[in-house]
Design a protein around this ligand. Structure first.
Ligand code: NAP
Length: 292
């Protein structure tokens, strides 16, 4: 790590509580390898202090912060401006300090996922996409799918009203009826095959890793490939079921990596070389004790 001195810039992760996070490993490794004098630390902040902390960070000229649960929406009133994509989805996971002071809010979760999907040969362009979930991350993914040219998007969620309001918002953005809301149990109504499925619920996450959002093997038969936003465990039941049917399946670790890389690039006005991103990915696999 760069010697900490009077010029060391501070960035960090705003959330509460902040459990185990690999974000410090992403950013501190990038700084070390790029020779950038920056440290990244967890910033656990209780909700009534969120605004105070952001004003303080501005005073200290922190170049930026990531924002995680439960503040991705709550941080918006404290942003001096919003990137148009973050504004569209109403969720910010990255704050970038502006020259004149204040923080501009971005969302790098969705572009991080897009970069991971492209790298894995899962480009949503002209694909029929099944999105499982309608929570915070699913919202960003749904808008991304619309913007990146998916042929049709089916949003399946336990609470069907949430799928309906998300689909309505996406269709408003798309200017046509591209997104169809459904109940989780309605997967049987999806005919044909070749779907790209993106798993964006909490189901299957450590420590409840035996769970899966749709159990029926017939569902997996319809897929071309499956992307799980979960990265711990490295192979979820959703992924196992895809693979058992001979379908490609990928976890969310590259999504996590690239949302961090994109944030780092915004804070430091640099471009992270692909080989370095690969090295950070290897490091994350080591930390999580997972294979690639
Ligand atoms: P969230 O806003 O709390 O949404 C949770 C989603 O899971 C909702 O759609 C919810 O359905 C569904 N769900 C929860 N419990 C369920 C159950 N028992 N049965 C059926 N559905 C259930 O969470 P989020 O922030 O969007 O996070 C979702 C996932 O994204 C998590 O698994 C997280 O690990 C992953 N993630 C990955 C990355 C990455 O970089 N790889 C980054 C952020 C998040 P209802 O609407 O019916 O409640």
């Amino acid at each position: 790590m760069h010697e900490i001195d009077s010029h060391t810039a501070v960035c960090g992760l705003l959330g509460y509580p902040i459990g185990h996070s690999v974000s410090p490993a992403i950013h501190n490794t990038l700084s070390e390898r790029l020779g950038i004098n920056m440290v990244y630390v967890p910033l656990a902040v209780e909700e009534d202090k969120l605004g105070t902390v952001i004003v303080g960070a501005d005073g200290w000229k922190f170049p930026g912060m990531n924002v995680t649960i439960p503040y991705k929406e709550k941080v918006i009133p404290f942003c001096s401006e919003l990137d148009p994509f973050a504004e569209k989805i109403g969720a910010v996971n990255t704050l970038v300090r502006q020259e004149a002071g204040g923080y501009k809010g971005y969302n790098t979760d969705a572009p991080g996922l897009y970069r991971a999907l492209k790298e894995e040969g899962m480009d949503p362009l002209d694909k029929e996409v099944i999105l499982l979930g309608a929570g915070g991350v699913a919202k960003a993914i749904a808008v991304l799918m619309v913007e990146k040219g998916a042929k049709r998007v089916y949003i399946l969620n336990r609470t069907v009203e949430k799928a309906e309001s998300l689909a309505a918002e996406c269709n408003r953005i798309a200017g046509r009826d591209l997104v169809i809301p459904m109940a989780l149990s309605d997967y049987k109504e999806l005919t044909g095959s070749g779907y790209l499925a993106i798993q964006a619920t909490n189901i299957g996450m450590f420590p409840k890793e035996d769970a899966v959002v749709i159990d029926d093997d017939a569902f997996y038969e319809k897929l071309d490939a499956g992307f799980d936003t979960i990265y711990n465990p490295a192979e979820t039941v959703f992924m196992k079921k895809c693979r058992a049917r001979g379908k490609k399946a990928v976890n969310g670790l590259k999504m996590l990596l690239y949302q961090g890389v994109i944030a780092y690039e915004l804070w430091n006005n640099v471009s992270v070389p692909d080989e370095l991103a690969d090295q950070v990915y290897e490091k994350l696999c080591g930390i999580l004790g997972t294979g690639k």
